[in-house]
Write a protein that binds this ligand. Structure first.
Ligand SMILES: Nc1ncnc2c1ncn2[C@@H]1O[C@H](COP(=O)(O)OP(=O)(O)OP(=O)(O)O)[C@@H](O)[C@H]1O
Length: 637
């Protein structure tokens, strides 16, 4: 018979046992996920975890250190309180069991005191770390966006499209990484280590057996990890494909309906859905097997600890109170170790997906030393033997020894076949891409554009792109986008010049109409707003990329009229240099251009005035004939 001192209250064991087995299950799941994440990290991470964490720490500023200090203080206090709980709780319990009632109240008060301290410390830790985390992630997001905004266009040609679209989700990954590390990982690590040391101190003989059995659980977890790793990867891929299928079908719903292809899209969706279902079924089976094994091992651990502990108590080498303390510590240790497993895996997961945004930050923004900003501008453009390939397609020659002079105040029309490099000439002029040595020279007002300040150079140009996009804002804001001090009169004048004022006045709220919904405006109207936006800046050079593409004859005529007006800069009191890329040879601005340049395969085939080229009886005339335009006398629209 055991004495009252030697009795171990059974509910302590039961409660601990049930919690232990449940937690093992969770831990194994998380260990499995962790293994998957680690594998992915091995595959994807090029920087060590240490380097990534150092990058995050470099974002700390001023007050963050205060939050970090307060959070750490809360962490230490709450960990100490947690470690102090088991012996105090066991002492309180045994003062009741042993009938020492005078000790019960003070010991319960001590437990309550520790609980209050623990709660307050937890609150302090959570609040401080939350402030730190929010500040860090806001700064990270801001810096990452700044870095992206400073990148050259070639960066986006080569970067995978996900990079920009995942900016927010990658930042959220950093947020969850910091949450895991700051909220749980540090605390669980500290408590698990201290509890294990305490267990070793209380009973080394039970503890080494506990450690042996934990190894068995880890073998099970490793197997389960392999299953979840492969099923997880398959599920992720299938989910991504499922998302692609559904968004494509919904975005192109009109086309899908018109083609009567609803069934095809449903079938594609069903196939991917079935893949997900099957992988989840396999995962569920593995979970069932693993739960059975881990539950069995959990109960075994509980029984082994109880058996060895009881025999030690019976042999008089351990008191019942020490055994109860041991079991409570075991509970805490397992709890924390499993939390650690959970956080370790999600930390790896989060750090893995946060890596890209951190790497982006490590590369830093592209700083270009300020270039030359000449005082007077005439708008003379010279392409001197320019050859070019896009960095993302280095083997594809886009321009081949193109020499072209677009004299100041004159209009040049670039016409020709699709893909012949017309728009690429405009991209080079705007320095979206730079020529390398040996690729010829591009001069603006007789200066190599690479020596000119990029921002200054772009300010001298107004671009009307092929399919203009409007920002979310009013029409007036769109016309004056990016310009700080603007008067209504200036905006209205630009709209007048672009032949846009009339239709804007008919919109529900005129210039104050929000154009978030592109459906509100027709293609021709958007094109004229884009022209107004370009003219608002009164550029020395106006660049037009297919200004009348996909416009009906009426809109085309209006844009054409606006272009005629735009040839003269009222404020500069001089004609504007215009470079027009056009397929539509009926466009008056093309036929009246000072020079028409016909391009094909990155080369200039012909150049000259309209009449001159018709007389040449070459590619230009054929292009005119292809468009069924009169080649003797061409009317202007
Ligand atoms: N960002 C890019 N990256 C790689 N290749 C590109 C890029 N932009 C254009 N190209 C390629 O460069 C070539 C010339 O394209 P460009 O747009 O300059 O021709 P274009 O004469 O303006 O054609 P279109 O009249 O059809 O607009 C094409 O083969 C095109 O595929």
């Amino acid at each position: 018979m055991s004495s009252p001192q030697n009795q171990t209250p059974p509910f302590v064991l039961d409660a601990a046992g049930v919690r232990i087995s449940q937690r093992w299950q969770r831990a194994a799941l998380c260990a499995a996920a962790g293994a998957g994440a680690r594998q992915r990290l091995r595959e994807e991470t090029h920087q060590s975890r240490g380097q990534l964490v150092r990058q995050l720490l470099r974002l700390l500023r001023g007050r963050d250190f205060l939050w970090l200090g307060l959070g750490c203080a809360g962490l230490v206090l709450s960990s100490l309180a947690e470690l102090a709980s088991p012996p105090l709780a066991a002492a309180a319990l045994f003062s009741a069991v042993q009938g020492r009632h005078h000790l019960l109240l003070p010991r319960c008060a001590a437990v309550a005191g520790v609980a209050v301290l623990s709660g307050a410390a937890e609150g302090l830790r959570n609040f401080s770390f939350n402030m730190l985390r929010s500040n860090l992630v806001a700064r990270l997001r801001q810096e990452a966006f700044g870095v992206l905004m400073s990148q050259e266009l070639s960066f986006f040609d080569e970067a995978d499209g996900e990079l920009t679209s995942r900016l927010s989700s990658d930042c959220m990954s950093v947020y969850s990484y910091l949450s895991d590390v700051l909220s749980f990982f540090l605390r669980s690590g500290a408590v698990a280590l201290c509890s294990l040391l305490e267990l070793l101190r209380l009973s080394p003989s039970i503890t080494w057996r506990v450690l042996l059995m934990l190894t068995l659980v880890m073998v099970c977890a490793e197997w389960y990890g392999r299953v979840t790793r492969s099923t997880g990867r398959k599920t992720q891929d299938a989910l991504a494909e499922l998302g692609r299928i559904s968004s494509e079908a919904l975005q192109l719903l009109r086309t899908v309906r018109a083609l009567g292809a609803e069934d095809l899209h449903k079938r594609l969706f069903k196939q991917q859905n079935a893949v997900i279902n099957e992988t989840q079924r396999r995962r569920g089976m593995a979970l069932g097997i693993f739960s059975a094994a881990s539950n069995g091992l959990g109960l075994l651990l509980q029984m082994v600890s109880l058996l060895i502990g009881s025999s030690l108590v019976l042999a008089g080498s351990m008191t019942a109170q020490a055994l109860a303390t041991y079991l409570l510590y075991l509970d805490t240790a397992v709890d924390s170790a499993l939390e650690l497993g959970i956080e370790w895996s999600s930390c790896n997961d989060a750090l893995g997906s946060a890596e890209r945004v951190l790497r982006l930050l490590a590369d830093g923004p592209v700083f270009e030393p300020a270039g030359h900003c000449p005082g007077a501008v005439s708008g003379d453009v010279l392409f001197d033997s320019v050859s070019f390939t896009y960095p993302s397609r280095p083997k594809h020659q886009v321009l081949e020894k193109v020499s072209l002079h677009c004299a100041a105040g004159k209009t040049t029309a670039l016409v020709g076949f699709s893909g012949s490099g017309k728009s690429s000439l405009i991209s080079l002029l705007l320095r979206f891409y730079d020529l390398e040595d040996g690729q010829g020279i591009l001069k603006f007002d007789n200066a190599d554009v690479r020596h000119l300040d990029r921002v200054w150079l772009r300010r001298q140009m107004g671009l009307v792109p092929q399919s203009p996009k409007l920002f979310r804002g009013t029409i007036a804001e769109n016309i004056a986008w990016g310009q700080p001090c603007v008067t209504q009169a200036e905006v209205h004048a630009a709209a007048e010049a672009a032949m846009a004022a009339e239709f804007i006045a008919e919109l529900p709220e005129g210039f104050d109409t929000i154009c978030s919904d592109e459906k509100l405006l027709s293609g021709g109207q958007r094109q004229r707003i884009a022209l107004a936006r370009a003219l608002f800046r009164d550029p020395a050079v106006l660049l037009l990329d297919e200004p009348t593409s996909a416009l009906d004859p009426k809109s085309s005529a209006l844009v054409s009229q606006a272009l005629e007006q735009a040839k003269w800069s009222e404020s500069r009191k001089c004609p504007r240099t215009m470079i027009i890329v056009a397929h539509d040879l009926r466009l008056g601005a093309v036929q009246s251009a000072d020079q028409i340049v016909v391009m094909d395969g990155g080369r200039i085939l012909e150049r000259g005035g309209h009449a001159e080229l018709l007389e040449l009886n070459g590619s230009y005339k054929r292009l005119m004939e292809d468009q069924r335009l009169p080649t003797e006398h061409t009317p202007r629209i």
